[in-house]
Design a protein around this ligand. Structure first.
Ligand code: QAP
Ligand code: CO
Length: 179
């Protein structure tokens, strides 16, 4: 089932996610629904926060043929490199906006898979960017918060204006269905 993605500046994007305590069918279904939502968008990463579920669940697939789906449950950064890279990031919660963000270029991450088995990965390049971006969502942080207040406010205004258009279309569609 496809889930609704929260759009910046929705205040729910700033909630802090809690660790997953039980690795059950409900978690497996959440991961499955998040994957459907991400691939449909299409995107390369999605955090549960973005679908209004405030638990430490992230999915990532940076492959072009959709063969690399990885779920990171309760992820932790064990190590990050001193050297940094700037990457033009985007976000499914901030549609149409891309801007440069500087982050450590390599990270070592520990997480659990959907069955509750622990694993570790060393990430660099796009995967390292994506993991850090998605883990920020779990802390309630959106990438635009790394940009200048001027840029952030312009983005906020643009998206709020778009949101009013979406709401108006939705109201029209709902009223159309009644006749
Ligand atoms: C995070 O982002 C990311 O604006 C994942 O109109 C992004 O999947 C990590 C998307 C870049 C590293 C580098 C964005 C889709 C997808 C949009 C995404 C849009 C449609 C973003
Ligand atoms: Co994002």
């Amino acid at each position: 089932m496809k889930l609704n993605i929260l759009r910046y500046p929705d205040p729910r994007l700033h909630k802090v996610a809690k660790p997953v305590a039980v690795f059950d069918e409900r978690l497996a279904k959440l991961v499955e629904d998040m994957a459907e939502t991400m691939y449909d968008a299409p995107g390369i990463g999605l955090a549960a926060t973005q679908v209004d579920v405030h638990e430490q669940v992230v999915i990532i697939d940076v492959t072009e043929d959709k063969t690399g789906l990885t779920a990171f449950i309760n992820p932790e950064i064990l190590w990050s490199s001193e050297d940094k890279q700037v990457y033009d990031e985007g976000c499914l919660s901030v549609p149409g906006i891309y801007d440069g963000v500087e982050r450590p270029s390599q990270v070592k991450v520990r997480a659990f898979n959907v069955k509750g088995e622990p694993f570790e990965i060393d990430a660099d390049g796009l995967l390292a960017v994506c993991i850090q971006h998605e883990m920020d969502h779990l802390k309630g942080k959106v990438f635009v918060e790394y940009l200048s207040p001027l840029k952030r406010n312009r983005i906020k205004t643009k998206l709020q204006k778009e949101e009013r258009g979406i709401q108006r279309e939705e109201a029209l569609r709902a009223s159309g269905r009644r006749y």
